[in-house]
Design a protein. Sequence first.
Length: 170
Amino acid sequence: MSRVAHLRALIDHPGTGAGERAAAQRMLDRIMSKSGAGSDDRSYGARYARLGRHADLESIAAMIRDDLAFVRVVFADAPLVDHESAVVDPIRDAPEEITYSVVGLPQENSIEITIEGVPAEWGGGEGVSPQLRRLADELVDLLNSYNHDGEAIGKRFFARVRTPHETLVW
């Protein structure tokens, strides 16, 4: 194995101590910066570091459930200033009867959010309204804020948003 592969294996091993992991990461960063090999298209979501790089799918799903509850509870009674400057938040503004089920699916390496209780005017059992589409897009953005992607690393997990009747985003 190459030196880079050894360092990556050491960094990713769950038994590596924090100090040793940090030292290996610094060594890897130095090697990659000298070789120019670190210039791939890696991207990390805004919340990626909240749980750490070794978090399992269930831990990420639990954090997403907390985020959804936070938006619905804390910002539910937020006063809107005026119609022109009001911030639109599809999660906060969704009808009260909508609930979310967030599960990690290790066998598929994915996290799935199921939107339940969709009212008829939003497409209840058939079709997808623009409001439901905006909500699904916002939920995928939330999922991907915990994700990483890139040429050299691939996705941490696949994000899926669905209703009980159809998949909206995969």
